[in-house]
Design a protein around this ligand. Sequence first.
Ligand SMILES: Cc1cc2nc3c(=O)[nH]c(=O)nc-3n(C[C@H](O)[C@H](O)[C@H](O)COP(=O)(O)OP(=O)(O)OC[C@H]3O[C@@H](n4cnc5c(N)ncnc54)[C@H](O)[C@@H]3O)c2cc1C
Length: 572
Amino acid sequence: MKTVHPATILEEDSKNRVLEPNAGKSSNFYHSDHILQSYLKKHMRADALKYMTDKLEWIGEEAATQMNLLSAQADQNGPVIKKRTPYGEDLEEIEFHPSYWKLMDMAAETEMFYVKWDPDLRKKFSNERHLLGFSVGHLYAMTELGVYCPLCMTDGAARLLDLFADDEDKHRLIPGLSSRNGKTLLSGAMFLTEKAGGSDVGANRTMATHLEGKLYRLNGEKWFCSNANAHVMMVLARSNEQSGTKGLSLFLVEKTLPDGTRNPMEYIRLKEKLGVRSMATAEIKLKDTIGKLIGEEGKGFKMMTEMINLSRLYNSVTAVAGSRRALIEAYEFLTYRKTFGKTALEHALIRDKLWELGSLHIVDFLLVWKTIQTMDAADNGDERSAHLNRILIPMSKWFSAETSVYIGRESMELMGGMGYIEDTVMPRIYRDLLVLPIWEGSGNIIVLDVLRASQKTKGMQYLLEDIQKLSRKSEKYGDIIQKELAKVTKVLEALPEQSRDSMESSAKPIFKRLIYLWQMALMIEEMDQDNRQWIELALEYMSKHLHPEKFGVKEPPSVETIQNLIGWEPKY
Ligand SMILES: Cc1cc2nc3c(=O)[nH]c(=O)nc-3n(C[C@H](O)[C@H](O)[C@H](O)COP(=O)(O)OP(=O)(O)OC[C@H]3O[C@@H](n4cnc5c(N)ncnc54)[C@H](O)[C@@H]3O)c2cc1C
């Protein structure tokens, strides 16, 4: 029998591996991401970026390292309802794994809320409050999409109180809702959905009966309540005889009543969810729950749209961040994976796929971050931006959510078998992404909302004007964008004359086309020396959709071009 020398075994073993021995992995998502850095540098004032830099660097490092473990733990050890103490006292609490609380603490420490709501910072950075909050939020959501939902509603509750509550409630609650210390952070929630009314909120049945002053007793069942254990819940309930949304008023429901007792409500059960399992979504019975009327009676839904709009923006940021994570996981893997004697990145079909996914990331990033800036301008009193936002927010939500699921799935496939295995973050990220097209208005509901906004605001007119103006700056694409825009405009103008069915049916594809033209226009607007290396390639890729489908001989982009497009440095 032939004996094998031990040195030979060692040599053979060294080749028996999944990744190359020099495999690099980002240890700081902020440092690694050229696209994010370049965008923030361009659009944030220098003093704002300076204020935020240490937080960006800190959460960038945490998201790439420690948070992965915390997120996996929080996902695998989801919340449970605790009905009673061991000694039989009624409790009605939700218990979380310690990693969940650590994730909440970390969010507070990024100052994602504090930078927006602290009175001095609010004044100082009034033009870029959302930009600042979402800059750290993006890095956070690259690792933890689930907890970002309670965080979204915490900011949303602060927004509603700031806009509509009386001074006493504002001063009492907003500092807690925007704390930079997890121990003192109060979290928020929004309870709209009921069994009968999800998309159709006007079908809701929870009743509010007047008690005294602004206080009401609420009775009914809320069917999907995320962040069920929140301190501050913004709740819609029916307070008058009017049907539909006109009968709904907005109530501030606090977990604890002024005398220190628990505001009565019963957790029926927690939803067994496909994803976002770290946070608690409950079915809750309101049983003489005390709520304080906010704003005018019967105007609840109108006020609530302020929170819904902000949530849609959070949803969009989560979509871009989560799909960025999936993409860079695949990219890092392919950079250090060998198949058929070559680095996987060197195969033509992989380069083609990364060209597509990298381009989709860039256009969605620009779409969503432009909307963030428009929201900042609108909050700062710019009326044109407020109109524009009525179109941009729902469109960003819809498009980014759909694309994120596509990027997530394709990135998973690019990692082969490893993409399907829980040891990598891919399965969790993908499960979490799947909810984004559903909540905060699913695709069809968004289309109906954009239709409504096109009729009631000047948003659509401004969007068409902006596409027209920006596209003129491009010699290469200007003419063809304008030709396409003329076709889209013709259909949009014809919509009001159609039957309702025909109007809805025609709107969906035409709105998609419009978003696509807007993304082209944004790339033209945005391109400069610093970002040309990725935007030019994304423009080239996306421009294919301006032409009828063409088949023929073509060359894939080079490895170096793909590296430029992805804009990611694995070795940081
Ligand atoms: C994990 C999770 C957490 C959630 N957390 C919260 C929360 O914290 N607070 C809260 O209030 N809600 C929450 N929701 C509820 C969520 O917002 C709703 O599920 C969503 O709005 C859709 O409502 P629905 O489930 O009743 O669907 P339905 O309204 O029954 O819709 C079913 C389908 O029909 C489509 N549809 C409905 N009407 C039309 C129409 N007119 N034209 C065309 N298509 C239509 C919808 O797009 C959808 O695809 C949560 C949901 C999930 C999954």
